[in-house]
Design a protein around this ligand. Structure first.
Ligand SMILES: Nc1ncnc2c1ncn2[C@@H]1O[C@H](COP(=O)(O)OP(=O)(O)OP(=O)(O)O)[C@@H](O)[C@H]1O
Length: 257
């Protein structure tokens, strides 16, 4: 289990991609306690991916600080960033698997930063590492697919491999950027069930962006939404009123859904 305290913290974070455009994040303050299951909503282009990418240091704010487990992400120390990235697993809408590799090798990719170069480059793994990967494939329900090529899997199965790969790095936090956007509703619910189970079983903090309100309400413990570059809504599923939904998406979305 992760310890008590904040898993992820944003303090007055401002971020821009180009000098000429308005900043995407304009004073984000957000504290996500360890073991939270936090769902991030917001219209397209409001900066959900950007916010998630700040947490593992893929993009950097020009003002403010982001911390993971109390450590600042954007410091000048490369080792600090490397350590934080090991604590933060990421899963993606497009899965980001290596299609020509087996399911097993895709999962083992999660531990590559911890494997010495003489084994990492030729892809040599110990029996213990393979057993651990197989156990994670069992966790995500794909133990029988270890030797299949990744491109032989369905979308839902690919996302399960993505989750197993993230788990392989033994993360404290999992970030999921629209992990169900390409999946049918039944498969999407299965993936969210799996993430929830991992969150509850291992105490891993999960932060995920979604566009589906029904799923946000069913699975979220906490729902936050980006409005005008800030966290404009921070509530629970029960607290997500029609008025709040209108503030996020514009009027009438709930009635149209
Ligand atoms: N690499 C980049 N270079 C320049 N601008 C970018 C870059 N990535 C994102 N942006 C811009 O930053 C803003 C926020 O993008 P972001 O992808 O974070 O939004 P989002 O809320 O995740 O959108 P969606 O729901 O459509 O995935 C958008 O205006 C986008 O065009």
């Amino acid at each position: 289990m992760t310890g008590a305290g904040e898993a992820v913290s944003f303090r007055d974070v401002h971020l821009t991609y180009t000098q000429k455009d308005e900043a995407v994040l304009r004073g984000v303050n957000l504290e996500i306690p360890a073991s939270d299951f936090c769902i991030l909503l917001g219209r397209s282009g409001t900066g959900k991916s950007t916010l998630l990418r700040c947490i593992n240091g893929l993009v950097a704010p020009y003002q403010g600080t982001v911390s993971v487990g109390g450590e600042e992400v954007h410091t000048t120390h490369r080792n600090a960033l490397r350590n934080i990235r090991r604590k933060v697993g990421m899963i993606f809408q497009g899965y980001n698997l290596v299609n020509r590799l087996t399911v097993m090798h895709n999962v083992l990719a999660g531990i590559l930063p911890d494997v010495p170069a003489y084994r990492a480059i030729p892809g040599i793994f110990t029996t213990g590492e393979r057993e651990q990967a197989l156990s994670l494939l069992d966790t995500v329900g794909l133990a029988n697919y270890a030797n299949h090529r990744a491109d032989q899997l369905s979308g839902g199965q690919k996302q399960r491999v993505g989750i197993a790969r993230a788990l392989a790095q033994n993360p404290k936090v999992i970030l999921a950027d629209e992990p169900i956007a390409s999946l049918d509703p039944v498969t999407a619910a299965e993936i969210l069930d799996l993430l929830k189970r991992i969150n509850e079983r291992d105490g891993i903090t999960v932060v995920l962006s979604l566009h589906q309100l029904n799923f946000a309400r069913t699975y979220g413990e906490r729902i936050v939404a980006l409005l005008d570059g800030r966290i404009g809504i921070d509530t629970t599923p029960a607290g997500l009123s029609e008025g709040e939904v209108d503030r996020i998406y514009g009027r009438g979305v709930e009635k149209a859904a």
